[in-house]
Design a protein around this ligand. Structure first.
Ligand code: OGA
Ligand code: NI
Length: 348
């Protein structure tokens, strides 16, 4: 394969997979994972094992907590977020990654290949330390803060021209949904009303874009990780997300107009390990580009994270120490999402 990608010396725009994938016929070597990390050619069954919860059902709080304990993941329907609105949102995301790179660079304030706290960034692969990572991942990514909306909107892409309007509305609606779910989790765990909302003052959006990949058996879109969040609410229109459970991968079936919701690692800590923050990854496919939109509810950097007092007693001692949220994020990014390494620093 005469692959011309040079992720170290190329400009950031030229590093994006979407800017060069059409020119390569096989997978560039720097995208080939070590054998033990490859998805391989044994297909992962796409299954409906992950619970689907109707948010209006009377027992939805219990169903959600059960799912968060067993899988750390569930899908939600009847969630109140407008169907057309979210379809529009997904269309705008696709349009964004379909623009020419010059246009993309102009409309987004920053391309970055190193960790940054900028409010709006376009990056590729793991999104962090792209130049020094051992292997690259088949993904481009747009990430920006969403809340408070008026504060961050000026940093968002202003092209496609409907981006700010449509995505602004999506993020307001998804945030409301997130709070409804957190309220159900609070109730299901026996915490006071509004308890978890306090830990979700911040929200950011990550739009993942996975162009068609010449060899999905040797590469991944996103490596195995847990989300460092409180709660992640993801919209996927096609298949690619897999959840790791009991040593096996489960493919998460795309359901029209549903959201995939998962427990973030800081929520696992607040729940004193009652809820599970499950490892997951995204595979690629060779046929069609896939785009997903992940909304991350996250604590403010200075918020103190610790197991909820109501869940700690003589029979259930605290499993984690308290710490400011930024400490978690710092360690998480230093360990590149490795759960075992990250959690060591917080376990008692
Ligand atoms: C993420 C993630 C999976 C997907 O953005 O954290 O896990 O399906 N994405 O895009
Ligand atoms: Ni994730």
């Amino acid at each position: 394969c005469f692959c011309r990608i040079n992720i170290v010396t190329d400009t950031m725009a030229a590093k994006l997979v979407s800017s060069w994938y059409k020119e390569v016929e096989c997978l560039p070597e720097s995208y080939i994972l070590p054998p033990e990390e490859r998805p391989g050619d044994r297909p992962v069954p796409v299954s409906n094992q992950i619970p689907v919860v109707d948010l209006e059902a009377p027992d939805s709080a219990q169903l959600i907590v059960d799912a968060c304990q067993e899988f750390g993941f569930f899908q939600v329907t009847n969630h109140g977020v407008g169907e057309e609105l979210m379809e529009d949102g997904m269309k705008v995301f696709e349009e964004f990654f379909g623009m020419s790179k010059e246009e993309e660079g102009v409309v987004c304030n920053l391309y970055s290949d190193t960790p940054t706290t900028e409010p709006c960034v376009v990056s590729t692969s793991s999104g962090n330390n792209v130049n020094s990572e051992k292997v690259h991942f088949w993904r481009d990514v747009l990430r920006h803060s969403c809340h408070p909306l008026h504060q961050y909107l000026p940093f968002w892409p202003h092209k496609p021209h409907r981006y700010r309007e449509v995505v602004g509305e999506c993020s307001v609606e998804v945030r409301k949904l997130g709070f409804r779910i957190l309220e159900k989790i609070s109730r299901g765990l026996g915490l006071s009303s509004g308890y978890l909302e306090e830990f979700s003052k911040f929200m950011y959006l990550q739009v993942n874009h996975y162009p068609p990949c010449p060899d999905p058996t040797l590469s991944l879109g996103v490596y195995k990780h847990v989300d460092p969040t409180i709660l992640t609410i993801l919209r996927q229109d096609s298949y690619g997300l897999q959840v790791f459970k009991d040593g096996h991968w489960i493919g998460v079936q795309p359901i029209p107009n549903a959201f995939v919701v998962n427990v973030g690692h800081q929520l696992q800590i607040i729940s004193n390990g009652k809820l599970k923050s499950a490892e997951h990854r995204a595979v690629t496919n060779s046929v069609k580009a896939r785009t997903s939109g992940a909304f991350f509810l996250h604590p403010d950097v200075d918020t103190i994270i610790e197991p909820a007092k109501a869940l700690v007693n003589a029979a259930n001692p605290a499993l984690y120490r308290s710490f400011p949220s930024y400490e978690f994020v710092k360690r998480y990014s230093a360990n590149r999402g490795d759960v075992e390494e990250t959690i060591k620093a917080f376990q008692l």
